[in-house]
Design a protein around this ligand. Structure first.
Ligand SMILES: [Zn+2]
Length: 278
């Protein structure tokens, strides 16, 4: 299998006919989950879309509508943090943030949190910045592109809620170390915070199963953690509405949205566990 070919793929799902997982496929995935010792998940934009959040790119996309950030967004921030904060606060577009503000976890987010509570999901790596996994109660979680509700210190990497930060003097400073803070959302040109990468690497190294939901797993570095599990001989289960770039390498590919398929999967896992116990 040529994984390098996957890396060249874009972030968008291959659009063909919507697929629908059969009961037998869901049962097979449930068996795989129960037989795994360290299952993790990778989630992406498909799960956000099912909560009513438009994608960034494409028709109706937030960036399509309001303009794409510059590719050197982070370098511009670092060159003049005061100006960057002034711009951010003055141009804050309520329309842009409205879908994020209004979105609620969907049954897919809740199903993953349930799987974790059952002891059958050890870690979630999400590419989404929408906070919905947290709101669903997911505890072991890495938001690899940050969380739009948080502000991060560039010195000590502590995260804060917006109301914890004094915005009366710009650029605002970290209440702990006086370092400069920026939005936790990873900007174009900004490295993924090292604490998050280390956390993902540690869990991926232990994983023998990765459930990929709502993403074609082609955006790096997140995709690399999922592919690493597969390359090491682990199992890959996909939940995507359409055929994706990773469908050919998945052990089980479940057709359908996460909000529809993941709750069925959790139900099947619970039933199977009960039947094995009796
Ligand atoms: Zn700090």
């Amino acid at each position: 299998m040529c994984y390098a070919a996957l890396r060249r793929g874009g972030p968008s799902l291959v659009t063909e006919q919507p697929r629908k997982a059969t009961a037998a496929e869901i049962q097979r995935a449930a068996e795989i989950i129960l037989d795994s010792s360290y299952p993790i998940a990778l989630t992406g934009a498909g799960m956000s879309v099912e909560s009513g959040i438009p994608p960034f790119r494409g028709p109706g996309g937030l960036w399509t509508k309001y303009g794409e950030p510059p590719m050197n967004q982070f370098q511009r921030f670092m060159a003049d943090p005061k100006k960057a904060w002034e711009e951010r606060l003055s141009s804050r577009n309520d329309e842009f943030y409205k879908p994020l503000t209004e979105a609620r976890p969907n049954p897919g987010h809740i199903a993953l949190a349930e799987l974790e509570a059952l002891g059958l999901l050890r870690f979630v790596i999400t590419q989404n910045v929408d906070d919905l996994h947290r709101q669903a109660g997911q505890k072991s979680l890495a938001e690899i592109h940050g969380n739009w509700k948080l502000i991060r210190c560039l010195e000590c990497a502590l995260r804060f809620r917006r109301e914890q930060i004094d915005l009366s003097v710009l650029p605002p400073r970290c209440p702990e170390c006086d370092g400069i803070v920026k939005s936790d959302t990873v900007s174009f040109g900004e490295p993924i915070p090292i604490d998050v990468l280390n956390q993902c690497a540690a869990h991926a190294a232990k994983a023998d199963l990765v459930i990929v939901a709502g993403t074609s797993a082609t955006v790096y570095p997140a995709a690399g953690f999922a592919l690493e599990v597969k390359q090491r001989g682990g199992v890959m289960v996909e939940v995507n509405l359409y055929d994706s770039e990773i469908t050919p390498i998945c052990d089980v590919s479940l057709g359908g949205g996460s909000a529809e398929v993941l709750p069925k999967l959790v139900k099947a896992v619970s039933a199977l566990r009960r039947s094995r116990a009796s």
